[in-house]
Write a protein that binds this ligand. Structure first.
Ligand code: HEM
Length: 397
């Protein structure tokens, strides 16, 4: 390692794993370019996530609202940036909307959407899987969940990737920053309308549930509601798009794996867990040290920004034998792809359900997949990992 590693470099975002591996070996807790510390080993990552008193989630503000962004980002008002006790209050309020009834309510429409999208990709044969399947499925699910207008679904991905790219932005990226500001303004206008409409006519959707939710007589404030809608759209969309496209990319590269899953579809949940480990859609979360603290033997001063590298922890050889190998038969160590501790992902079961049904339907009807290009581009973000496009050819069973 020469000097401070730069997590945001385009070549690192194309393939971050060699850098992560070097960090784990030679500098498991080290300062990075542009300020902050990277924590790369599994045990240290888990330690940080388990200790919200020492490591505040306010750190995420550096990714969502860097000073050069020049405006606020409403997602900073959501529960993911809050610490106890405020976090607990918000999590209780929104957690109700994520009860067990949610999956039962959504499952039939997930199944129908997967069938419809599979029919369409089989008709077209040569498709961009990200555009034609991986995006419309979670956009429809999150749209149903929130009671949004389907005509806007095509805007969702732009909003989501724009906001994710802030984490790797620099002050000189004026065009990108203007585009992201435009997206944030569009989202704000749109969610204002949604909230107004649901206040007038409550329905059977999550926005109406959130408007009704009370804990000890208290409801969510307008700022908290707006923050949560922003976060929900981003959390529910970009991550799931990336899980679906990385899964399909893996199957297109490994025909023997595709054949094995087609022969035994009960292996699909294990396959999904291994994709989550191997290409975690969230690569990093951020925290801020609330006091002087020692991590992995290194002293971090109060106020330090910490890049918690989930993508590295999940390739840690001390936890996962031959960690760089994709292995369906892996068991044991907890997968940190959905986080750990008080901020553990509220949508984990929903994301797993969407991926399982999508793969069941695809594998029943698709006999093979081939990549139409070896040159794939990944979204330029320190926090998110996903393919910008996945050009494939789909062969019917
Ligand atoms: C939190 C990953 C899908 C809603 C998180 C966190 C991670 C994560 C790593 C913790 C962040 C932190 O500690 O700073 C993922 C992945 C997904 C996914 C990999 C898909 C493959 C979803 C979906 C939804 C969702 C579909 C909702 C529809 C949330 C919420 C939180 C969260 C509300 C915040 C929980 C809290 O702060 O208490 N997710 N997520 N996620 N996720 Fe997900």
């Amino acid at each position: 390692l020469n000097g401070r590693p730069n997590l945001a470099l385009p070549e690192v975002r194309q393939n971050p794993y060699p850098l992560y591996s070097e960090l784990r070996r030679n500098a498991p807790v080290c300062q990075v370019e542009y300020g902050g510390w990277a924590v790369s080993r599994y045990d240290d990552v888990q330690y940080v996530l388990k200790n919200p008193r020492l490591f505040s989630s306010e750190g995420l503000r550096f990714a969502a609202e860097p000073p050069w962004f020049g405006r606020s980002n409403p997602w900073c008002d959501s529960l993911v940036l809050k610490d106890p006790p405020m976090h607990g209050r918000l999590r209780t309020l929104v957690g109700r909307a994520f009860g067990p009834g949610l999956l039962t309510r959504l499952e039939p429409s997930i199944q129908a959407t997967c069938e419809e999208l599979t029919t369409r990709v089989l008709e077209r044969r040569a498709v961009d899987f990200v555009d034609e399947f991986a995006t419309p499925l979670p956009a429809t699910v999150i749209g149903n969940l929130m009671g949004l207008d389907p005509s806007l679904y095509s805007r969702f991905r732009k909003w989501a990737t724009d906001i994710a790219s802030l984490s790797a932005s620099r002050p000189e990226d004026t065009e990108l920053l203007a585009s992201v500001r435009g997206s944030v303004e569009e989202m704000e206008r749109y969610f204002h309308e949604v909230l107004e409409r649901r206040r007038r006519e409550p329905g059977d959707d999550m926005v109406s549930d959130l408007l009704r939710a009370r804990v000890d007589g208290e409801s969510l404030t307008s700022t908290e509601l707006m923050g949560f809608l922003f976060f929900l759209l981003l959390a529910g969309l970009e991550t799931t798009i990336n899980l679906l496209s990385s899964s399909t990319w893996m199957l297109a590269r490994k025909p023997e794996l595709l054949a094995r899953l087609r022969a035994d579809r009960s292996l699909i949940p294990r396959f999904i867990e291994e994709v989550l480990r191997y290409e975690p859609p969230i690569q990093a979360s951020l925290r801020l040290c609330t006091e002087d603290v020692v991590v992995g033997g290194v002293s971090l001063p109060r106020g330090s920004l910490v890049y918690v590298l989930l993508g590295s922890a999940l390739r840690d050889e001390t936890q996962f034998a031959e960690a760089d190998r994709f292995d369906l038969d892996r068991k044991g160590t907890e997968n940190l792809a959905f986080g750990h501790g008080i901020h553990f992902c509220l949508g984990a079961q929903l994301a797993r359900l969407e991926a399982r049904i999508a793969l069941e339907v695809l594998l029943a009807r698709v006999g093979g997949l081939s990549l139409r290009s070896e040159q794939l581009e990944w979204v330029p973000s320190v926090t998110v990992r996903g393919l910008r496009a996945l050009p494939i050819e789909v062969h019917p069973a």
